[in-house]
Design a protein around this ligand. Structure first.
Ligand SMILES: [Zn+2]
Length: 359
């Protein structure tokens, strides 16, 4: 097993242990008791966009979805069930509990220090990335309703040099990095102006992301991240869902299966990893890993279906890397990890698979 694969397995164990620790369970429960709005986040495969890390919100609270450039096709067979599922979940809670809401956070990313540290998926064209995310937000409004009765979609930029959020509201944009002196009350007032039709209860659940981000940006500014750390350094290609535990900035490119041609995104991710390894001998020495994962909540059928899903994705992704990025396999030690994630424990159940058997 190469060092990278070994690290991933151990990291998952550590994260699961932390996730289940009394302190974390209490922190998560306290957060969720106070903030009941369900949050779905669409983001780029780029590992630098790590919303729980940059907002300080506990792991396992948000429902993350990743694709190349954060481009999502709501009508694609891979994404449509999730779009419907999120709404049905909120609606179900509404019927049961009387009041329930959802926020969809549609993100794009960019770097203020250098155009080339922006989104590779958009050829570093931030304007196009932002426009595309606004269109996606419009698509969500189209299906969830423009009155925002149950679910409110919001477009958010992530500036990856300082990890700052840029919230796009009605005719106004709020860049957290420019308001580090703001109090919670100041941010509340700003958000109220930016989202005049947002319910108070929803606004109160959007607020902790902004306030948490302000604290994180302050920390990042003090730390003075070296420039090399700001660029792509990923050596892991992660396919599927259930990567909350991965929780590391710049380590993995995560590809969901939320567009018709998701395998194309796998080849792009493989190409980026290949280039990273060629450029950095230190990364190359540790090797690279392709992970395929599917999460489940219940034992039995739910878990068994996830197992099949993970295997299918692994087979297809491995074949695509072999075909489109053969150098990654020939010149470096690329390994395959396939597993299912138990959502209740965040522990991966790894399946013993030999990619040679795929032929
Ligand atoms: Zn990107």
């Amino acid at each position: 097993m190469n060092d990278n694969t070994n690290f991933l397995i151990e990291h998952n164990k550590r994260q699961s242990k932390d996730f289940l620790s009394p302190d974390q369970v209490q922190k998560r429960e306290d957060y969720q008791r106070q903030h009941k709005t369900d949050v779905m986040i669409t983001k780029c495969m780029d590992g630098r966009v790590n919303v729980p890390v940059i907002t300080g919100i506990p792991m396992g609270v948000f429902a993350p979805y990743r694709s190349m450039g954060a481009v999502f096709d709501i009508g694609s067979p891979g994404f449509a069930p999730h779009v419907r599922g999120f709404y049905e979940h909120v609606r179900g809670r509404r019927i049961k509990e009387g009041e329930a809401n959802g926020i969809v956070i549609n993100t794009y990313h960019f770097s203020k220090g250098s155009r080339e540290r922006g989104c590779k998926g958009f050829g570093f064209d931030t304007e196009r990335a932002c426009k595309c995310t606004k269109l996606l937000r419009g698509d969500f409004e189209e299906v969830y309703g423009k009155a925002h009765a149950h679910v409110y979609p919001v477009c958010v930029g992530v500036e990856t040099d300082e990890d700052a959020l840029v919230i796009h509201g009605e005719g106004k944009t709020l860049d957290v990095s420019e308001h580090l002196g703001y109090s919670e009350e100041d941010f509340r007032r700003e958000l109220r102006l930016m989202f005049p039709d947002m319910k108070d209860v929803v606004l109160e659940d959007l607020l902790p992301l902004v306030v948490g981000n302000r604290a994180h940006v302050e920390k990042v500014k003090k730390e003075h991240k070296p420039i090399v750390e700001l660029d792509h350094r990923e050596s892991t290609i992660a396919v599927g869902r259930g990567f909350d535990w991965l929780h590391l900035v710049n380590h993995a490119l995560i590809v969901g299966t939320f567009n018709v041609d998701w395998l194309h995104e796998v080849s792009v991710a493989a190409h980026i990893v290949h280039e990273n390894l060629k450029r950095e001998p230190e990364l190359a020495a540790k090797g690279a890993t392709l992970i395929a994962s599917a999460p489940y909540r219940k034992p039995g059928v739910d878990a068994a279906v996830s197992r099949q899903k993970a295997m299918s994705m692994a087979r297809a992704a491995w074949a695509r890397v072999k075909k489109n990025e053969p150098g990654l396999l020939e010149n470096f030690k690329l390994e395959l990890l396939v597993g299912t994630l138990d959502r209740n424990t965040m522990l991966m159940d790894w399946i013993d698979v030999d990619p040679e058997s795929f032929e």
